[in-house]
Write a protein that binds this ligand. Structure first.
Ligand code: ATP
Ligand code: MG
Length: 427
């Protein structure tokens, strides 16, 4: 589907050098180019899920641009057209599209009648006084009933432009690529394209609950799951009022940043300090970290079931810290029956950090806080906990089910929304 070098690489994040570079290469679009042609990722479109996927992407795009002057978002023969109003701020719209999962690429485009003379005339008009050392026309037909083949269309339209401007045609490495797309009733043209984030539209894959610490890893894990089409509900465990509110503030900031990718989020804040104190009193130091983690997983599972989420997500990676050896992950995993997803399991810290930097979560994650785990963490945690030992230690806590239920029930839920659309309700 996409012909540019837009495949296979890491997803670009808005503001990243790659995106900036592409931006410079593109001519500023004339203001009478009132459409945006959005191409979705072809891979996800196999089979019966196709309409579901497209409708979700259309809805997400409408929601993402709800506060901007966007007239219409409509599916149109294998692509989506976003129709801009006269007051649309192109940079703002572009930023929203660049954060919408499920988009392969997008471009600001002009729309004309299905007529090659009209198409060439509009292109020449919108090219204005732009100069280029070489160009080519790249054509696609969405409706194969059009009497000319794509190469014929390219020659026809390219010929008219060459005649008018005298530019050199270069089919291999043109400086300027003029894209034309012919549908059944209309044609689009655009100069260059922006790469989308890829992935699947948020919502098509269902809901998951991500255990979001204030650290570097878990926001990246949440982002990865959103990119696979999951809506992510965040759960954070804090030790306020034993410790400061700092971890909650950080997590709110992280949740707000991540909400720009999924538009609506919920964050459950769970008071964990008292539970940790109970663990400190009852459990030998080396086993405490595993016991905290098992309590967190149980509470998160309960919240997930109530929220009708289908999986838990963590930022764990094998061997990163003592609680993340295979032995300890096994013992931690045993307390839940829900699917646990660990999208970063095979990543190095440096790779996760690089992604957090691209995503913009890194500066928030490194703000010092009193993480609930740092205060209560023993100096020499067990790296190979055994189930029998841990179960025995947990017996000293009393009725774990009741503790878990109470903690989950007392969670405070906050909601996040982007963009914030002003209510027009009278009152
Ligand atoms: P992160 O950078 O995500 O904090 P980490 O390297 O600090 O990870 P741990 O502290 O061992 O690793 O946490 C492992 C995972 O457990 C985290 O990625 C997160 O999913 C979850 N987790 C840890 N602490 C909390 C917390 N206070 N609230 C919610 N989830 C947590
Ligand atoms: Mg952590």
């Amino acid at each position: 589907m996409s012909e540019d070098a837009e495949r296979g690489a890491e997803p670009p994040v808005p503001g990243s050098p790659k995106v900036e570079e592409r931006r410079r290469l593109q001519p500023p679009a004339p203001t009478d180019m009132k459409s945006i042609v959005v191409h979705y990722q072809e891979i996800a479109l196999k089979g019966r899920n196709r309409p579901y996927f497209i409708n979700r992407l259309v809805r997400n795009l409408r929601e993402a641009t709800a506060d901007l002057d966007v007239r219409e978002v409509r599916p149109l023969m294998g692509r989506i057209e976003v129709v801009l109003g006269p007051a649309a701020d192109w940079d703002a719209v572009k930023e929203r599209l660049a954060r919408t999962f499920g988009i392969g690429n997008f471009a600001r485009a002009g729309r004309t009648a299905l007529d090659l003379d009209a198409l060439a005339a509009e292109i020449l008009k919108d090219l204005g006084d732009r100069e280029t050392s070489s160009f080519r026309v790249s054509a696609r037909r969405a409706d194969k009933r059009f009497p000319l083949t794509s190469p014929e269309i390219e020659r026809e339209v390219g010929g008219r432009i060459k005649l008018a401007r005298g530019w050199k045609v270069d089919l291999g490495h043109p400086e300027l690529t003029i894209h034309v797309e012919l549908l059944s009733k209309e044609a689009f043209y655009f100069f260059g394209k922006d790469r989308g984030l890829g992935g699947l539209p948020v919502g098509v894959s269902g809901r998951v609950v991500c255990l979001l610490s204030g650290g570097i890893d878990s926001p990246v894990a949440a982002f990865r799951m959103m990119r696979r089409g999951c809506r992510v509900h965040f759960v954070h465990f804090h030790s306020y009022p034993i410790l400061s509110r700092a971890s909650q503030e950080k997590v709110r900031e992280l949740a707000a940043l991540l909400t720009r990718y999924q538009l609506r989020s919920r964050l459950s804040l769970v008071a964990f300090g008292e539970l940790q104190q109970q663990v400190v009193l009852a459990v030998p130091p080396p086993l405490r970290v595993v016991v905290y983690r098992r309590l967190m997983m149980r509470i998160a599972e309960r919240i997930a079931r109530a929220a009708r989420a289908q999986a838990l997500v963590t930022g764990e990676a094998v061997g990163q810290v003592a609680s993340q050896t295979l032995e300890n992950l096994t013992v931690i995993n045993e307390v839940v029956s829900m699917l646990v997803l660990r999208p970063l399991i095979g990543f190095d810290k440096s790779e996760i950090t690089a992604e957090a930097e691209r995503l913009g979560t890194f500066p928030i994650s490194i703000i010092p806080d009193q993480d609930c785990c740092t205060l209560f963490t023993p100096k020499h945690p067990e790296t190979r906990a055994r189930t029998a030992e841990v179960v025995e230690a947990e017996r000293a806590l009393g009725d774990v089910d009741a503790i878990v239920e109470a903690a989950a029930a007392a969670a405070v839920v906050e909601t996040f929304q982007f963009p914030v659309v002003e209510s027009t309700a009278q009152g």
